[in-house]
Structures are given as C-alpha cells and as structure tokens.
Write a protein that binds this ligand. Structure first.
Ligand code: F6P
Length: 520
C-alpha cells in the first residue's frame, strides 16, 4: 500500500478550515481564557509522565475538530498504518521506513536484536575496561566520526543524558573543517582512544575525509594491526568499511530501511550506549516505543504528536507563520534544536507533492531555538514584540536531576512566566507608552515532563519524529527522502577539482569563478 496522494487544499476540511480561519483569525486567546474558565483543562493531554498544555494557542475546539477532519480526509490513519506495517512509503527511494521497528522489543527483526546484543557486549567490554587498546590500555576516550544523522542524534543524546554518563569521554567530529578535526584530537592518547566511524552510506565526503585524517594521525604512532583495537564502524556499506581496513567483527550493521536522521536508535547510537551504558540506551529505545504505541493507537484528539502537528499546520498554512521556535528549559537539551532542524527541515522542506507536482501552498516550517532561560536574554524580544508570529514549544522537566530546588523553581518560574507573558501580554492593563505594549496572543505549547531520564527523552524525540511525519502526510509530501542535499554535494566535487587544479575553464559562473580564483 502506498501513501495517499491527496492535495490538502482541495479537501472539504480545508475549505471549512479556510472559512473558519476567516471568521476566527482575530479572536484573542486572552478573551478565550476569560470566556472558558476550563480552557486549560480541556486543551491538554496527560500521558505517562508528559503533561502537554496546548491551551495557549489561537484555536478553539472547532478548530481542532476541523483539523482532525483534515487529518482523516488526507488518510492519516492509513498512512500511520502503512508506516508501522513496513510498507515502502519512502517511494522516491523505494524503501520502507522502519525506525520504529528498532525500538519494538516485542516484535523485533532478528538482525535488529542481534545488533543490539552486539552493542551490549561491545559496550560492556569498553566500559569495564576489558576492551584493550593495542598497548594494553583500557579505553578512556571515544570519538564518533559522522555527520548529519550519523552525528546530530548521538551527540544530542550524549549531552542530554550527561547525568547518566560513565567515565568515558565521548567526542564528536563532524565537519570536514580540518581545524575542528585537529581541535577534537587535542589531548587524546591514541593508546586509549576508540574511534567509531558512523556513515550509513560510507560515501559521505566529510566523514571519509575525517576518518582518513584520523587514521593517518593514529598510524603516526602505531602500525596497521592496531587499527582493529581502535577503529569500529557503523554502516550499511560493509564492503567500503572493509576496504577502509576495519575488521568484519568491528562492523555494526545498519539498514537502508532506517533513514539517517531517524537512526540514533540503531547502532548509530553506539556512542550513546558507550557513554551511558547499554541499559540506559535500551530505556531510551523503550521510551520511544511507548510514544510509538501512543501515536499509533490513541485517537487523534488525544494524540500528542497528531495534535501538535495539526496545530502547527494551522499556523503554517492559515496564519502563514514561517517558523517555529523550540525552547527547552534544560541546559542538557542544548543540542535538541540542531537535531530537530535536520529531522524536521530535511524531512519536510519539500516543494513537490507525492504526485510529483509543484506545490502551491506552504510546507516545512523553519525550526529554530535555544535553551531557556538563555533565550530570554537573546531573541525573546522578537517573539514578544516583533512583527512575526512565532509559535513556540516550551519543554520543561518538573524535577531537576541534582535537586537544586532554588534553581529549579526559578527555571520553571521563568518557563511558565514566558508562556503567560506571550499569551496575555499587557492586554487589559494600563501601559505608559507604546514601546511597553505587549500585544500577547502569541502561541505556545508547554511540554512538561516529570524528569529527564533516558526513557522520557526517548519519548520526547519520538514525539517530534511522529509530529513531522503527520505534517508531511497532511502536506502530501514525501518526508523520508532528502534529494535537496544532493546537488550541493555533486557541485562540491567540481569546485574541489577547480580549487585544487586552479583550472577554471569549466566554471561558467563569474561569481563562482572569482571566488575559486581567490582561494589558494
Ligand atoms: O546530508 C544528507 C545526509 O544523507 C543525511 O540525510 C545523513 O544523515 C547524512 O547525510 C550522513 O550520511 P551518512 O550516514 O551516509 O554518512
């Protein structure tokens, strides 16, 4: 079964939403809260240790029910079933989309459980010190070499779960910037460092260049036999990994039915399992699986990813909001936004629909943000008083991990105060002058979670994965391909040749030619 291919703007629900928008677009949330004193009790979802408050949005129950009709009309239920049943819904690459299968312990493919066992026994050896480097030293440092999905997820999770980390120092090298590579190698003892090369395709220029440079650096003080004790790889491309010189027992497989940006649940997460131990890695997967079940089974009106996705569509397509901000009130989640940017924008930044036709409505939102309270002292001015509508997700944890109550109360007080200020503004109060007016009526979701644990983090990440999928279905696009990154990669081969040879005859564009001639 392939995905439905329905232009959302041609549906009955869209027509009704347009007319509803015309009638309600100027309704103020401030008035809605006064008119319905139970609004916050009605527009929220309580699930596991998540409390999702979406009452501070420019919506009514009618908006939500029309959005639900839209979801039904574009075939969302069938699309969800198609994904979970392993259909090849990534049609342009002719692949299934199976990241949820990586965390479904009850119905796991044998190759997935074998790989998890391999991750478990490998990480135990590394963490316990049983895995020795070529001179007999235990491993103390790990360097993950990868980019995009082979970097952002593991890097983000390792930081997010820093509280649960063991003694291993885990670093990430991604950019082909040689200065970054050399800075990352600074202070490393070759004899106690393990390098994990992660590349689904094992053809990515950045990763292969970095891996070669690091291999050369390593071999300055060791011979080829030592590679087996210090280099492992994660890839689908087993031949290319072997040609790099990595022994077959040091290769962790992955599969083309797992998209790069959804792959942290696979052996791509090996660095996570090393950093926090296999049990915590498994809890992360289990937390994601619980969100999968919620997403798959719960009716749309109380389904967290579906609700957040539809509200986002409402702003994107009717209010024409161009971007969305994500602000976690936890410094542990400082890399979440960068991770979500790949997940969301590589997935839904598409201008051609599932029929292959050019789209004449808005698709993928721009995602940006930073941690609170830092963001309050940086860009919140624009969200409060700027001319743009920027729906914002506030993510917070009820309990801190170290129990610093004074800090935690202040952190959460700020989080709540901001959503209140954005919603209420100075509406209804006397203000000295126009510069001090806050219009309010600025939308937010608050995702309040009990505690930052591997399990709750897994659920949170899966929540955003499913949200972006729902949006892709509504927008009638293929969320799981990424053709938009290919042209730049191809052209970079030509520009590299031109830079190295300074032969500019094939460089047609005058700007490009001038730039290249000034390099070197
Ligand atoms: O930049 C595109 C992309 O293909 C991403 O989707 C992917 O996560 C990244 O490159 C890395 O690819 P690989 O894991 O094959 O090196």
């Amino acid at each position: 079964m392939s995905l439905p291919k329905i232009n959302p703007t041609k549906t009955e629900a869209w027509k009704r939403l347009s007319s509803h928008f015309g009638k309600t677009k100027d309704v103020l949330m401030q008035d809605q809260f006064v008119a319905d004193l139970n609004r916050a009790d009605e527009l929220r979802i309580v699930w596991n240790d998540f409390y999702v408050d979406y009452s501070k949005n420019r919506i009514s129950k009618e908006t939500l029910s029309l959005l639900s009709e839209l979801a039904a009309e574009v075939g969302l239920k069938d699309a969800i079933d198609a994904q979970f049943s392993g259909e090849r819904i990534n049609e342009t690459e002719d692949r299934a989309v199976g990241h949820t299968e990586l965390r479904n312990f009850k119905a796991m493919k044998p190759e997935v459980s074998e790989t998890l066992q391999k991750i478990q026994s490998f990480t135990q050896k590394v963490i316990s010190g049983d895995w020795k480097g070529h001179t007999g030293k235990a491993i103390t440092h790990i360097v993950n070499i990868g980019i995009g999905g082979s970097d952002l997820g593991p890097d983000m999770v390792c930081d997010a779960l820093a509280y649960y980390k063991n003694h291993l120092d885990v670093r990430f090298v991604s950019n082909v910037d040689g200065d970054h590579v050399m800075e990352s190698l600074k202070g490393l003892d070759r004899e106690s460092t393990l390098f994990i090369i992660v590349s689904k395709t094992f053809t990515t220029q950045e990763t292969l260049t970095n891996a070669q440079t690091i291999r050369k650096w390593f071999l300055e003080k060791a011979n080829e036999d030592a590679i087996a004790k210090h280099f492992v790889a994660v890839s689908t491309n087993l031949d290319a990994v072997s040609s790099f010189g990595i022994a077959s027992e040091n290769i962790f497989p992955m599969w083309n039915w797992v998209g790069g940006r959804f792959s942290l649940w696979s052996a791509v997460g090996l660095s996570i399992a090393c950093a926090v131990g296999y049990d915590n890695f498994e809890s992360l997967l289990k937390g994601a699986h619980e969100m999968d079940l919620h997403f798959k089974e719960i009716p749309f009106e109380s389904n967290i990813p579906v609700t957040l996705a539809l509200i986002s569509v409402w702003y994107n397509n009717f209010y024409k909001a161009e971007s969305e901000c994500v602000v976690p009130y936890s410094q542990y989640l400082s890399k979440l936004v960068a991770y979500l940017q790949q997940g969301i924008m590589e997935s839904n930044g598409k201008g051609v629909d599932r029929n292959g036709d050019t789209i004449d409505y808005e698709t993928g939102t721009i995602v940006w943000g930073s941690t609170g309270t830092n963001a309050q002292h940086a860009f919140f001015q624009l969200i409060h008083q700027g001319t743009k509508l920027i729906p914002t997700d506030f993510i917070a944890f009820k309990k801190s991990l170290y129990g610093q109550e004074d800090h935690q109360n202040k952190l959460l007080a700020n989080c709540v105060a901001q959503t209140e200020a954005l919603m209420q503004g100075t509406y209804g109060s006397e203000v000295e002058n126009n510069f001090k007016v806050f219009s309010g009526n600025r939308p937010t979701n608050t995702i309040l979670i009990n505690r930052l644990t591997p399990k709750s983090l897994g659920s949170l990440i899966a929540m955003y994965e499913h949200k972006l999928f729902v949006q892709g279905i509504v927008w009638n696009i293929f969320s799981y391909d990424q053709w938009g990154v290919e042209l730049g990669k191809k052209l970079a081969k030509g520009t590299l040749n031109a830079i190295e040879s300074q032969d500019l005859k094939d460089v047609k564009n005058s700007s490009t030619r001038n730039l290249i001639s000034r390099i070197k």
